[in-house]
Design a protein around this ligand. Structure first.
Ligand SMILES: O=C(O)CCC(=O)C(=O)O
Ligand SMILES: [Fe+2]
Length: 288
């Protein structure tokens, strides 16, 4: 059974029940018992993450190196893809993102500890992305700017990091607290409006300075508001149960870890497992 089969099976199950399937799958996992327990530093965030689908991390990620790597680019210039004057979403090629300094934060033991407790098994970091959202009169590729559910895995959680200051006018992320336990499914403008009305009191608008980091269970209804006053830079790291139809291995396959000079402490049993879809630790110079 591959990732596509699993995706097809999930479509027959209401989103609110996916978590109980994940619990069952995780309880059968045999993650090596000899390994030390997860870092509990951020474990206090677990009940809130489970209950609401959201947790802001008590840290500010340094964005200096990040902004250097992901320099503001004019439309149509630079290594980003999907660029154009009215494009709402302009991301960087995955290999470029994986090589960036972000990967170290995405493996921060406090963060992984929380994610592991949440997942009830060793997580798999299956996707990284960084993109600019631009103000646009008639935006294209803007589906993430309307309420939707992501459907990556039975259980998964998305880390977002703002690379620029985000206030109400710079396209804040919004998610509907608790909506990971409801079953409304839809898309498009009408659905967006219906969600705004139905869940008016539960809409959580995430503003904050560059470096703000938060976890969202993005099976919950969420969107990034279209920025009005200026572009927004944001990163995601997605943690799930294993390969899925949104995972990087399907796009490019893992890249050789040796080409990334700044990796810290990932070449161990757990680090290799968590990053296996992104990084190949054994590929030597003549094996590419
Ligand atoms: O741009 C945003 O804040 C939301 C992006 C989104 O929907 C996602 O990453 O799954
Ligand atoms: Fe999404």
């Amino acid at each position: 059974m591959n990732a596509y089969d699993m995706w097809a099976i999930r479509q027959a199950v209401e989103p609110s029940r996916w978590d109980s399937f994940a619990h069952l799958i995780a309880s059968k996992r045999k993650d090596p018992p000899h390994y030390p327990p997860p870092d509990g530093t951020w474990a206090h965030l677990l009940p809130k993450l489970r209950e609401t689908g959201f947790a802001r991390l008590p840290v500010s990620v340094s964005t200096e190196a990040l902004l250097d790597w992901f320099k503001p680019l004019n439309h149509g210039a630079g290594p980003h893809i999907y660029s154009g004057p009215n494009v709402a979403f302009s991301c960087y090629p995955s290999g470029y993102v994986i090589r960036s300094p972000l990967l170290n934060f995405m493996n921060d033991p406090r963060l992984l500890g929380l994610v592991e407790l949440y997942m009830e098994c060793w997580p798999t970091l299956y996707s990284m992305n960084v993109w600019w959202s631009y103000p646009a009169d008639e935006p294209q590729l803007d589906h993430m700017q309307r309420f939707h559910r992501d459907r990556d895995d039975w259980r998964f959680v998305t880390l977002f990091i703002y690379g620029t200051d985000v206030d109400e006018d710079h396209g804040p992320h919004q998610m509907i607290l608790g909506s990971h336990r409801t079953d409304d499914v839809g898309s498009g403008e009408d659905f967006d409006k219906a969600c705004e009305k139905k869940y008016a009191k539960q809409i959580n608008t995430v503003t904050g300075p560059a470096g703000t980091a938060f976890l969202v269970n993005t099976i919950a209804l969420h969107r990034g508001l279209p920025p009005k006053a200026g572009p927004r830079l944001i990163a995601w790291g997605r943690y799930g149960m294993g390969p899925n139809i949104n995972s990087y291995d399907l796009e490019g396959g893992p890249i050789a870890a040796r080409v990334i000079p700044h990796l810290q402490g990932l070449n161990n049993v757990k680090g290799r497992y968590i990053n296996r879809l992104l990084l190949d630790f054994d590929r030597g110079p003549y094996m590419e």
